[in-house]
Design a protein around this ligand. Sequence first.
Ligand code: ADP
Ligand code: MG
Length: 267
Amino acid sequence: PLAQRKLPPAGDAVLDASEVTKRFSGLVANNAVNLTVRAGEVHALIGPNGAGKSTFFNMISGVDDPTSGTVKLMGQAMAGKPSRAFAALGLGRTFQHVRLLGQRTVLENVALGAHLRGQRGWLSAMLRTDRKEEAALLAEARRQIERCGLLPYIDQPAASLPLGQQRIVEIARALTGQPTLLLLDEPAAGLRHLEKQSLAKLLAQLRSEGLAILIVEHDMEFVMNLADRVTVLEFGTVIASDVPAAVQADPRVMAAYLGGDLPGVHA
Ligand code: ADP
Ligand code: MG
């Protein structure tokens, strides 16, 4: 079997962003953002459209470099390093829009993530030039599928599953990289109520298994019920970072969401 990564003890900082600033010509998309994500914690990053959430995700995953400030992953300064260096240190992510091969099975889609970990790379694995490695990668994919409760659908084409389960397939695929920190960009978007509940249950399970999870999510009910900590961005600046109840009661946060009511949160 593939080597399993040992997760840090709960409470350890796995991601530490300090004074992260990103300028696009005249515009400050991230303004001295400080944010720490800890093992065994779900941390939500929220804020109105254009607040700088996706920019921040890019800064902390090696997609783009901050103009100034530092990003530390597992204690290591990441300036100038490519995304694969972030992945190698235990950063896994899913994307805002589902990226699955619809006609391929759940197993094949998840195995594609595992192949990225193989010694010989996915091409060799796809061509089955190394049967031992192929078997180990498939076993890893199956393990993550089971962990996510998708075993009954393992041989079904991904496109035949409802959106909620497709999102979970993507999480299973990210898990084959044995992440310490999982970044999820709007995982609940477009899901039905019961699908959101299943997703929340899975994320709570992964948290209890010791993962650190950072989510960008617009569904406030989902965020407030699940997150241990919520950081709010407005115009690139952190205006609040606290436990959900304190953030919900913060007048600056209410003001940032025009009209004074947090969407999805009822008094
Ligand atoms: P959010 O994800 O919170 O909606 P973004 O991080 O996408 O916000 O965007 C923050 C701000 O930065 C917006 O004003 C957006 O137009 C701007 N921005 C984002 N990416 C770029 C880019 N590559 N070039 C110029 N401006 C950008
Ligand atoms: Mg965005």
